[in-house]
Design a protein around this ligand. Structure first.
Ligand SMILES: Nc1ncnc2c1ncn2[C@@H]1O[C@H](COP(=O)(O)OP(=O)(O)OP(=O)(O)O)[C@@H](O)[C@H]1O
Ligand SMILES: [Mg+2]
Length: 266
């Protein structure tokens, strides 16, 4: 079995600053309450749940931007749960992230070409500038966009730059956190189609965080449903959508508006 991630009983608690006493440590708030799941190579997994259910926190734990307080996270069989930053370095190229708000994740003072090339240079990738231009091709943006600044792009184009920056590094795994929630329906469809095509033809593995089940249904092979820091459902999209087991999943499904027949989904 070829797992990218094998997550066993993942727990994560954070300091609850809202209830911090004047003196002494803040009480801990358990955000992730023992999550067990796997992500297989080549899979597109949706992670869905309401606001505050722990989706972004889970993403940050998978990327080891946060250190779990319990359980284990194995990446390709290696236990990365408590690896120190120096030992995590090789994984920092192989695990990439695309953020929700490209205006804050793309440096506004850098041109698009620099934005995509900078991590390539950092990780010592050969021919970083040519690789960056190829990444623009791969997300369907003209090479001339390399000399533009982020504010000179539309929201959908900015998200394509985010995708280009992530795929240029040839990672094994990409985490995308709410990357289309700020876009209108037709740019959403375009960005998702490009993301799905590149993930498939580069053989990547993708975890796609969204509160929108209709997007997950169109994109993902499997879906994990989070509710208050716990997994309430995990299964192939077709099965979960046809026969949801958890009451919470049924609630989410009931809330999906009818698809717009004019939208050209992939
Ligand atoms: N740095 C932090 N310190 C303390 N609590 C936090 C911190 N970050 C998140 N939380 C809390 O953890 C819980 C889960 O937050 P998280 O951001 O993972 O939710 P989410 O599912 O991504 O929500 P959304 O859909 O709104 O993005 C929330 O109750 C939140 O208030
Ligand atoms: Mg979030």
């Amino acid at each position: 079995m070829d797992d990218i991630y094998d997550v066993q009983g993942l727990r994560l608690s954070l300091a609850d600053m809202a209830r911090k006493p004047l003196f002494g440590p803040a009480p801990r708030l358990e955000i992730l309450k023992g999550l067990t799941f796997r992500i297989r190579r080549g899979e597109i997994v949706g992670i869905v749940g309401g606001s505050g259910s722990g989706k972004s926190t889970l993403g940050r734990a998978l990327l080891r931007l946060l250190e779990p307080s319990g359980g284990r996270v194995l990446f390709e069989g290696t236990d990365i749960t408590h690896l120190p930053e120096a030992a995590l370095r090789p994984y920092r190229r192989r695990i990439q992230m695309i953020f929700q708000d490209p205006m804050s994740s793309l440096n506004p003072r850098h041109r698009v070409g620099q934005i995509i090339a900078a991590p390539l240079i950092l990780h010592g990738v050969e021919a970083p500038h040519e690789t960056a231009l190829r990444a623009l091709d791969q997300v369907g943006l003209p090479r001339s966009f390399a000399s533009r600044y982020p504010h000179e792009l539309s929201g959908g184009q900015r998200q394509r730059v985010g995708i280009a920056r992530a795929i240029a590094l040839r990672p094994d795994f990409i985490l995308a956190d709410e990357i289309v929630s700020g876009l209108d329906v037709s740019s959403q469809a375009q960005v998702l189609a490009i993301l799905k095509d590149r993930v498939r033809d580069l053989g990547l593995t993708l975890a796609f965080i969204s509160h929108d089940l209709s997007v997950i249904r169109r994109l993902c092979d499997r879906v994990i449903v989070l509710y208050q820091g716990q997994i309430v459902e995990d299964g192939p999209c077709d099965e979960v959508f046809a026969h949801p087991q958890a009451a919470y999943t049924r609630e989410l499904l009931a809330a999906i508006p009818d698809p717009d027949p004019d939208t050209d989904w992939f």
